[in-house]
Each structure stands twice: as structure tokens, then as C-alpha cells.
Design a binder for this molecule. Structure first.
Ligand SMILES: [Zn+2]
Length: 436
């Protein structure tokens, strides 16, 4: 469907049953996942559908504005050159929101997963959920307006939020670093304010999904995405599939004890990896070691963040107290990575999150050295330590990519998302995950 057609007709393109059903999503997914453009012949081979079926389906996808023809490929022998197909970037868009206790990031992705607009703002520490949700809704509108895309082509909004979450009800349960939040129905509140379908998922699951879709070689196979932010967490991709766990709350590693002498955690124990990774604790150590000036207010999140940056900068300068503090942090985190990697026989750890840029200069080597000695399967395959190429947007990009996944993946449960979802069994995860 082209933009010139009436709005009602354009909107039909977002409903998969009207695009043509399961086989259409299979073909669209094959085009989306391919690393290069595919011809109809290659699509038939990849999907097991007949040449005639592929011809009909690609015609519908072209008409719907979801794919486009892009060049020709000489065929082997005497056949006609084959026309290649690729996604039409402007076919559909998805919004991604990453709610971190310190910063809210909102991005707009096109159908190919490229970020075409972004906004980032500090999370107001004192505000309750209502004020923050109103702010997020306004930012969603700003990002759509800034990009100048037709609103009816925005398929939905994905929110990446700190766990634990109740995915079925779209509720943020008790995020440890957002004290005013308790059982907040974030998904439905944002749906009511924007009028768009909304999906809520965990921040680390979103980040792992972003890495899988847009991370290049980092995103293949089996890896853990290790999130370093106000909290820490782990997203998992095993055998190219994002692992969710029984309630989509996979990756709660914050209370793994890595230092029995460490700081007291709110859970009542000492030396949990989450608590001993917090900038507040690291800045306290830096003050004690004389790296950061005394007198800093450790309850002032902004001041702590500035001091944390100063600590990281000092650590890159060479050996000394600052370097020791950060290396000890790397060793504590390496212990957790080691356990996850050995437990699940992973190939890679990908680090990311708001703190990664500051820790990356020395962190990678420290973790690599520690793991070199301890990764048990190293004689069978290597284990690599790397950082995300997606930068600080990774959570928001992931949230938007989950919307594209839910909308365009050929997983049959996802087809419930169209109008048919209203009559779907209420227990269905997909129908309840994306709130219309
Ligand atoms: Zn704890």
C-alpha cells in the first residue's frame, strides 16, 4: 500500500491476517533475517513454499509496502536475471522506550531496525509513576513527530523496564532503584495515553534481543548480554533464541554473592554483585582511597554519577587506587560471568548498558584475563568478551525490536496480535503481551 491511499487502507497493512496470514509472515521473516537480499527462487528454497505461492506472497508484501525490489542478480545458466527483494524501511516503524532508574531513552526504528530518531532524558528522581508516564508519552509523540513518519505506520511501542515485571498484566512490580514504583500498570497506562499497542518486557531481555537483531556477529549463537547500569542483569540468547524463563523474568543475577565482606545489600546479605557494582559503593571506595574528594553527597544521584565518571577517568590513567577499585569490580563481575558461561556453555559475553562506555577501556582486558583461566570448555571452543556495538540505546532499540518481532515473526502465537487477538484465549502470552 502506498502512502497516497486512504488511511483506513494503509492501516490494514499492519494487521497480519489482512497481509495474508502465516505464510506471508514466514516470507517476510526470511527476508528480514537474511544477511543479503534474496530472489524469489531463493525465498522458495528457504521457506519450502512453491514458486507460485512465493510469487503471490511477494506481490502482496510489495503492495503492502513492506518489501521492495532492489536490483537484479544474474542467474546460473541461461535463465533470466532474478529480481532481488529487501525490506522497505519505511513500511512500518516501532517505538522503543528504555526506562532506566537514571535515564529514559526513546527511539524510533524503521522496519530494518535502524534508529531514525531518539530522545534521552534524566529520569526525575522524585516524581511518582504518573508524572513519569506522562513524560514518556509526550516523548513518544515527539519522536514520531520529529521523524515525520505517518502515525498509522507505527505498529506499537515496546517498553524495556527493570525487573521483576509481570509480563501478562504489563505491570512493573518493584524496581529496586525506583522507590516510588510499586505494581505500576505501565503497559496499559502508556497505551491509554498514546493510543498505540504497547508491549512491556524486561530491560535485559530487550537488550539481548537488540544484540541478536542488530549486533552483527556479536548477536549470533549463544551468549549472555551483561547489563551494567543502575542495576545489573543478564539477558540470554541460546542457539539464536532469546531465553525468557517461565515468567519472562530471566536474568535476575543481582544478588549473587561475590564478596562476603562487601557492602550490605537491601536483601539483608553482604556483597551481592548488584550492590557492590553500584556507583554509590564504588564512589564511596574512591573517597576512602583519596581518589575522589570528600564531602560528596552519596544520595545525590547526579553528583555520584559525576564522581563515578571521574573515578573511571582516573582508572584509565594508569596503576593506582582508582585502577584497583575498578579492576576489583571487573573481577567480581567476571566471577558471575564465569558461572553463567560454564553453566550454559556459552560462546560470548556482550557487555552494555549506561555504565559500559566508562568501564570499557580496561574492563574488557581484566575480565578476559580472569576468564581465560577459569572457562572450563576453553579447550573445546573459545569464550569471547566484547561490548555492544549498539551503544547506550541498546535497551530502547531492543524494546522496539521486540515489537517488530511480535508483529512480523511467523511464530503462530504472534498472529493473535491482529483483531483476532480479541477473541483469543486469555491465557495466551502473545495476546496479553501486546496490549491494544
Ligand atoms: Zn542482595
Amino acid at each position: 500500500m502506498s502512502a497516497e491511499q486512504p488511511q483506513a487502507v494503509v492501516r490494514r497493512g499492519t494487521n497480519l491476517d489482512r497481509v495474508g496470514g502465516f505464510n506471508d509472515t514466514v516470507v517476510l521473516d526470511a527476508i528480514r533475517r537474511a544477511e543479503q537480499r534474496l530472489s524469489r527462487v531463493e525465498l522458495a528454497a528457504a521457506t519450502g513454499l512453491s514458486g507460485q505461492a512465493i510469487s503471490n506472497i511477494t506481490r502482496r508484501l510489495l503492495d503492502a509496502g513492506l518489501v521492495r525490489e532492489a536490483g537484479r542478480q544474474k542467474s546460473a545458466g541461461l535463465g533470466k536475471p532474478r529480481t532481488l527483494l529487501e525490506l522497505e524501511p519505511t513500511g512500518q516503524y516501532a517505538v522503543g522506550v528504555h526506562l532506566d532508574p537514571a535515564v529514559v531513552t526513546v527511539v524510533l526504528l524503521d522496519l530494518t531496525g535502524q534508529v531514525i530518531a531518539r530522545r534521552r532524558a534524566q529520569t526525575p528522581a522524585a516524581d511518582g509513576p504518573d508524572v513519569l508516564i506522562a513524560g514518556i508519552a509526550a516523548t513518544v509523540e515527539d519522536v514520531i513527530a520529529e521523524a515525520g513518519v505517518p502515525r498509522q505506520r507505527v505498529v506499537g511501542v515496546g517498553i524495556a523496564a527493570p525487573g521483576p515485571i509481570d509480563v501478562d498484566r504489563g505491570v512493573v512490580v518493584d524496581p529496586p532503584n525506583l522507590t516510588a514504583w510499586h505494581l505500576v500498570p505501565l503497559r496499559d497506562a502508556l497505551r491509554d495515553r498514546t493510543g498505540l499497542p504497547v508491549l512491556l518486557d524486561k530491560d535485559v531481555t530487550a537488550a539481548a534481543s537488540a544484540e541478536k537483531w542488530a549486533g552483527g556477529p556479536n548477536g549470533r549463537g549463544s551468549f549472555v548480554f551483561f547489563y551494567l547500569g543502575t542495576g545489573i542483569g543478564a539477558g540470554l540468547v541460546i542457539g539464536d533464541e532469546v531465553v525468557r524463563g517461565s515468567s519472562s523474568n530471566v536474568g535476575e543475577i543481582g544478588h549473587v554473592i561475590v564478596d562476603p565482606e562487601g557492602p550490605l545489600c537491601f536483601c539483608g546479605r553482604r556483597g551481592c554483585v548488584g550492590e557492590s557494582s553500584r556507583p554509590r559503593y564504588l564512589v564511596q571506595q574512591a573517597v576512602d582511597a583519596g581518589v575522589v574528594a570528600r564531602g560528596i553527597d552519596l544520595d545525590d544521584r547526579h553528583a555520584v554519577d559525576v564522581a563515578f565518571t571521574a573515578l573511571c577517568t582516573a582508572a584509565t590513567g594508569g596503576p593506582g587506587a582508582a585502577r584497583e577499585i575498578v579492576t576489583a569490580l571487573a573481577e567480581r563481575i567476571a566471577k558471575v560471568v564465569e558461572d553463567i558461561a560454564n553453566l550454559l556453555d556459552l560462546e560470548r559475553v556482550v557487555f552494555g548498558g549506561p555504565h559500559w562506555d566508562r568501564l570499557a577501556p580496561f574492563f574488557g582486558d581484566a575480565i578476559r584475563e580472569t576468564l581465560e583461566e577459569r572457562f572450563l570448555v576453553r579447550s573445546v571452543h573459545p569464550f569471547t568478551v566484547t561490548g555492544t556495538a549498539l551503544g547506550a540505546d541498546v535497551g530502547a532499540v531492543g524494546a522496539a525490536s521486540l515489537v517488530l518481532d511480535h508483529t512480523f515473526s511467523p511464530n503462530p502465537s504472534v498472529l493473535l496480535l491482529g483483531p483476532a487477538s480479541e477473541s483469543a484465549p486469555s491465557g495466551s502470552r502473545a495476546s496479553s503481551a501486546l496490549s491494544r
